[in-house]
Ligand binder design. Structure first.
Ligand code: TXA
Ligand code: MG
Length: 345
């Protein structure tokens, strides 16, 4: 299959919308990462998303709403009448934006989207191209990140092409994603608000709005099998080159730098590390993370070593993604990194 990258002019948007409405998939930009979209109310189209990604059908998708108005989503049968008040508050403040809410499902959402759960994850994205496309399509788009399952999420059209070229026919180019890591996923189901995946909207942001601190779920516990979340899987967001988390920094005296080092098969450590953020701020690091991980991966080194992430708004999200991508830890012994595989530590 030939894969075409479309710009985001009105004719291209129309073509993408028609393709979606005919039951096909299209890769689309959002402010977080690119998504692989299908009309969320069309089960056959949704199945094509799982097939293109190689994603198990047991992992539910996010519905991108065509409007930030939750009342409209309830009226359209996307959300249940029992949508909690906290959802209205959070949506009014953080939408459009990188916050996904897990809420009771409405009757019109097919089980293919939610993997049979009684809940549905929804968000209204901030990217203007995504918004224009959603308005043209006029119904929610189910869209997971536009990468092969378990791999690095794409943050530009070329990265989508690298992941899904030859597998899908249309990629809508909306430039580089401004956030760079996936949305915060917050469950508002009883017994208490729970962050299932950290992102740009922080625990503190949410606490300020709803007056209580959400719990942070770090692992898929045995007692909670009813809430499968691929974001909960240990190995996720991973480059092909094994990634290790450094214990301590090499860049002494330059605190705040966030480095990805890599080792080539023959030399030791690369002298040309990839810098996530020269100023050491986590927003810049998040914006650069997946692109630089891809570049480090292309260098075909023996290992990627990443220095600790300093504190900052996006630190929990960055640490979460890197922890899931990593195979172990690395310690600098004065000459080279001592790499220790998880399980052998
Ligand atoms: O930023 C994002 O959220 C991007 C862009 C494209 O919007 N999308 C994205 O989708 O990251 P995906 O499929 O890669 O991640 C969706 C996350 C997964 O961890 C999934 O398990 C969780 O949301 N999720 C979806 N529906 C759920 C549900 N009903 N209950 C619990 N978790 C759910
Ligand atoms: Mg994903």
């Amino acid at each position: 299959m030939k894969t075409v990258i479309l710009s985001s002019d009105p004719a291209s948007l129309r073509r993408a919308a028609d393709h979606l409405l005919s039951g096909e998939v299209v890769a689309i930009p959002t402010e977080t990462v690119y998504g692989l979209a299908a009309v969320g109310l069309n089960p056959d189209a949704v199945k094509k998303v799982f097939a293109a990604k190689g994603r198990p059908s047991t992992d539910p998708l996010i519905l991108h709403l065509s409007s930030p108005d939750l009342h409209q989503a309830i009226h359209a049968g996307i959300l249940s009448e029992n949508t909690p008040q906290e959802a209205f508050k959070l949506a009014s403040v953080f939408w459009p934006g990188p916050l996904t809410l897990v809420l009771p499902r409405g009757p019109r959402v097919p089980p293919e989207v939610t993997s049979g759960l009684d809940t549905v994850a929804v968000r209204y994205p901030a990217h203007p191209v995504a918004q224009q496309l959603l308005a043209l399509v006029g119904c929610p788009l189910a869209a997971p990140s536009a990468n092969r399952f378990g791999r690095i999420s794409p943050t530009d059209a070329q990265a989508v092409l690298q992941e899904l070229g030859g597998i899908i026919s249309l990629i809508l180019d909306g430039g580089d994603c401004s956030t760079g890591v996936e949305s915060t996923v917050l469950s508002l189901l009883p017994p208490e608000p729970t962050i299932l995946r950290p992102g740009k909207i922080t625990t503190e942001d949410i606490t300020r709005m709803i007056g209580r601190a959400p719990r942070r779920q770090t692992q898929l516990s045995a007692s909670n099998k009813s809430m499968p979340s691929p974001g909960m899987l240990e190995s996720h967001y991973a480059p092909a080159t094994p990634l290790y988390l450094a214990q301590g920094c090499l860049s002494h005296g330059q605190s705040g730098l966030i480095f990805i080092h890599y080792r080539t098969p023959r030399e030791g450590i690369s002298t040309n590390p990839f810098v996530l953020s020269p100023e050491g701020d986590t927003e810049t690091a998040a914006k650069n993370l997946y692109r630089l991980l891809r570049q480090a991966d292309t260098a075909k080194g023996k290992a990627i070593v990443i220095e600790p992430i300093p504190d900052g708004n996006l630190a929990p999200a960055l640490r979460d993604r890197l922890q899931r991508a990593s195979v172990g830890t690395a310690r600098w012994n004065g000459t080279c990194w001592e790499l220790q595989r998880r399980g052998e530590i």
